[in-house]
Design a protein around this ligand. Structure first.
Ligand SMILES: C[S@@+](CC[C@H](N)C(=O)[O-])C[C@H]1O[C@@H](n2cnc3c(N)ncnc32)[C@H](O)[C@@H]1O
Length: 351
């Protein structure tokens, strides 16, 4: 799974057996255009359309983006605050261990990972805490990868994977001792409804902890620049909308939770090494180079050649470009302080 900085991008060549739409034809342009249409305000794309069609929009987004994320970021699709002297990977692991420690996860517990991606956090949390972790995800391609990596890591018996929509969870009332999410609940079309689902599957007295994508109090809805950044993040990252911090807390309380901890971890971290540093292009470390502007250009050049040679499906270049535009919007959101991907909270379902 670990790749070198300029190892060719691991494209999935045209494969008639590949269930992802478009892939059988070696052409993903239709999926790309459907996805982008949800964000195209001149052609009916708006928050309401994205909320109504959240399932297909988010699933389509991860069909397109998963390989890019894994290539550029690793097996954990989230940010982390970083301290001086820490490597990118160390900061990601610490952020995961922080969550497991703060939620008091331990052997014997059954814990739910909401929107588990390809399972980087669940493997880390399972190893660190000894708890059994169940991951829910609506993207079969990611789940297939997660299952393989869990097996390779020797964690198949301590982890479970469930393909389902987290807005409609197939779990019993009070089934989990704890629930957590790493930057996944931001994809929900209705946060209050999702938090009610989580409240239902959590045992009374159990805790739900998450890192949430939010607009901070510096966001000014009247500012054209702020609105442009918000839209760039939504399109680049498969989001129906972005909530503010107070709206998120209100949704938790409305769902019946008591909020025990809340903190924007982006503010708490070292200003010399902000969360957005790895995508600013300012960091020229050997492993970070793929995420820099130069690294992106080299990736684009490789994609162009591979599309022309029909090794990569047609439309791959467009995916890479809108993901990078999203990364630029994230950097602007971080530098201006109007956005955080790590509003941290611990909420308890009262006993
Ligand atoms: C930014 S990724 C984070 C993945 C993982 N938590 C990590 O940090 O590596 C968001 C995840 O949420 C999942 N997701 C989004 N909407 C979902 C839904 N309605 N039901 C289940 N999973 C969903 C996506 O498929 C993706 O795996």
């Amino acid at each position: 799974m670990t790749t070198q900085p300029f190892e060719p991008f691991p494209f999935h060549p045209a494969d008639p057996a590949d269930p992802r739409p478009g892939h059988a034809r070696g052409d993903i342009r239709e999926v790309v255009h459907t996805y982008r249409g949800f964000h195209d305000e001149d052609h009916g794309g708006d928050v309401a359309a994205r909320k109504d069609h959240y399932f297909e929009m988010v699933k389509g987004y991860y069909d397109l983006a998963t390989d890019f994320f894994e290539y550029g970021w690793g097996d954990s699709f989230h940010f982390a605050p970083r301290y001086r002297g820490e490597t990118f990977r160390e900061s990601i692991r610490r952020h995961q261990h922080f969550l497991a420690a703060r939620l008091g996860l331990k052997p014997g517990m059954r814990v739910l990972d909401v929107g588990c991606g390809i399972g980087g956090p669940m493997r880390s949390v399972a190893r660190f805490s000894g708890a059994t972790v169940v991951g829910i995800n609506n993207n079969p391609y990611q789940l297939e990868k997660a299952a393989g990596y869990n097996r390779e890591a020797g964690l198949a018996a301590q982890t479970e994977l469930v393909e389902a929509d987290f807005m409609n969870m197939p779990f019993e009332e009070g089934e989990f001792d704890a629930v957590y999410a790493f930057e996944a609940t931001c994809h929900a079309p209705d946060k209050a409804a999702l938090f009610r689902q989580i409240h239902r599957v959590l045992k009374p007295g159990g805790v739900f902890g998450a890192y949430e994508w939010c607009l901070t109090d510096r966001y000014d809805p009247e500012s054209v620049r702020h609105r442009r950044i918000k839209k760039g993040i939504e399109e680049g990252d498969g989001l129906p909308d972005i909530w503010t911090i107070p709206a998120t807390v209100e949704c938790l309380e409305g769902a019946g939770f008591t909020v025990r901890e809340q903190e924007d971890r982006a503010v708490a971290s070292d200003p010399e090494t902000p969360w957005e540093l790895p995508i600013t292009g300012r960091e020229l470390s050997w492993t970070g180079v793929r995420r820099t502007k130069l690294g992106r250009r080299l990736t684009w050049a490789a994609i162009k050649v591979m599309e022309a040679a029909r090794i990569a499906p047609k439309g791959t270049m467009e995916v890479s470009q809108f993901l990078h535009a999203g990364a630029d919007a994230l950097v602007e959101g971080g530098e201006s302080g109007i956005f955080t991907p790590m509003f941290w909270f611990v909420a308890e379902r009262p006993a």
